[in-house]
Design a protein. Structure first.
Length: 50
């Protein structure tokens, strides 16, 4: 089972709430709230690659 979780594709999105943007992933991961959309996107890229 652990092998299946490792091979799943991470699908990330960003969600805006007020002045903040947060990265979310299909695996349940959520990044910290950021004011810069670019930083939220880079958090998502780091999560998906790592």
């Amino acid at each position: 089972m652990a092998e299946q979780q490792q091979t799943e594709t991470h699908r990330t999105t960003t969600v805006e709430k007020g002045r903040f943007c947060t990265a979310h992933c299909s695996c349940g991961w959520r990044g910290p709230a950021r004011r810069a959309r670019s930083k939220a996107r880079s958090d998502a890229e780091e999560h998906a690659s790592g």
